[in-house]
Design a protein around this ligand. Structure first.
Ligand SMILES: NC(=O)c1ccc[n+]([C@@H]2O[C@H](COP(=O)([O-])OP(=O)(O)OC[C@H]3O[C@@H](n4cnc5c(N)ncnc54)[C@H](OP(=O)(O)O)[C@@H]3O)[C@@H](O)[C@H]2O)c1
Length: 263
């Protein structure tokens, strides 16, 4: 469904993968963009690409979401640029290369900041404007890992379960104000995620049937939030995995979780 009015969208992790694809999708619908990631050169290159086709305003903000003051910094920058956010895509995320026991305290803290604190604080920060307008859309990118058995990715599946539960509760909370919230839970998707995690070789051995392309995933998420669907698992196979996995006895889920194709 195409939204008719022009809005302003804040997209985190827009320098690659799903975030960059959200920028392309929302630009094509005429929305203004505020793109956030650490790699400013990537954001600026994407904006140059998009501005060749679309005239509306697009801004890039370099920000490390692992910084404790990231949300305050971003909201100040947005206010200084006289923009207010109607669409929030909380997408930035990764899984560290090292196993939990090998991580430094800084690596542990950074993942919590990027994938829990920033997600939660940004939702909170954009709500006053959305409530005033009685219109808003929020997509929080979770993962099929939120449904799958707990694996040895340790913090990753626990964090994505938080994002799923938080998004469902938030949707119930803000629905009466014309705001819709969706937890987008993709399965394996072709982006830079597995390269960053240093498991591209292992990921390439996972059968093609389990993989989706980024444009398919982002359109499914955008359709879902506009349809008022609080959870979206794009693709038939991922739907089946989510439904079946939740119904298995906890003991079976635990043992299945020990088999990780990325280890
Ligand atoms: N790909 C999959 O198979 C898959 C499956 C399920 C869920 N997901 C989720 O999808 C989301 C997007 O990932 P992707 O697959 O598109 O991976 P990606 O191509 O590696 O993109 C990750 C994005 O997150 C940004 N990011 C990482 N750390 C950041 C930080 N400290 N501060 C600001 N931005 C940061 C990166 O930008 P910079 O490096 O420039 O900062 C990049 O734009 C993540 O939440 C991921 O967990 C992915």
């Amino acid at each position: 469904m195409v939204t008719t009015a022009q809005h302003t969208a804040l997209i985190t992790g827009a320098s690659s993968g799903l975030g960059a694809e959200y920028a392309r999708l929302l630009a094509a619908e005429g929305h203004q963009l505020v793109l956030v990631a650490r790699r400013l050169d990537r954001l600026e290159a994407l904006i140059s690409e998009l501005q060749q086709k679309y005239p509306q305003r697009m801004e890039a903000i370099s920000c490390d979401l692992a910084d404790a003051g990231a949300t305050a910094y971003l909201m100040d920058e947005i206010a200084t640029r006289e923009l207010s956010i109607d669409i929030l895509i909380n997408n930035a995320g990764y899984s560290p290369k090292e196993s939990f026991s090998q991580q430094t305290p800084q690596v542990v803290q950074a993942q919590l900041h990027v994938m829990i604190n920033a997600v939660t604080e940004l939702c909170h920060a954009v709500l006053p404007n959305m409530t005033e307008k009685q219109w808003g859309r929020i997509i929080n990118v979770s993962s099929l890992a939120a449904f799958a058995p707990p694996g040895r990715g340790t913090m990753y599946s626990a964090i994505k379960q938080y994002v799923l539960a938080f998004s469902q509760s938030l949707d119930m909370d803000v629905r009466r104000d014309g705001i819709r919230v969706t937890a987008l839970c993709p399965g394996f998707t072709h982006t830079e995620f597995h390269e960053v995690m240093d498991v591209a070789d292992k990921a390439s051995k996972i059968p093609a049937a389990f993989w989706s392309d980024a444009p398919f995933v982002v359109s499914a998420g955008w359709r879902a939030v506009n349809a008022g669907q609080a959870v979206c698992t794009p693709g038939m196979l991922n739907n089946v995995i989510a439904v079946v996995s939740k119904r298995l006895p906890e003991r079976v889920r635990y043992h299945m979780g020990r088999v990780n194709p990325l280890e």
